[in-house]
Design a protein around this ligand. Structure first.
Ligand SMILES: [Zn+2]
Length: 71
């Protein structure tokens, strides 16, 4: 029973990489890591905060926050 995944190390992995700030409401991710790549997907960023790619553990995207309102 020494092969159980350690949830703490997974959290550290995610925290080790800052969220990628995206201009716009969608992020595009295709892995971008050679053998770890995956089909291109779009990630909806409408909700505030970081959004993790469903394929990539440790990669998160966050919509750039614009202060003030532009009309
Ligand atoms: Zn990805």
């Amino acid at each position: 029973m020494d092969l159980q995944p350690n949830p703490l190390s997974a959290m550290e992995l995610i925290a080790s990489e800052p969220a990628r700030i995206v201009q716009g409401r969608k992020a595009v991710c295709d892995g971008g890591r050679g053998p770890l790549g995956h089909p291109k997907i779009f990630i909806n960023l409408d909700k505030p905060g970081p959004h993790a790619c469903g394929y990539c553990s440790g990669i998160q995207f966050e919509q750039a926050v614009h202060h003030g309102h532009e009309h």
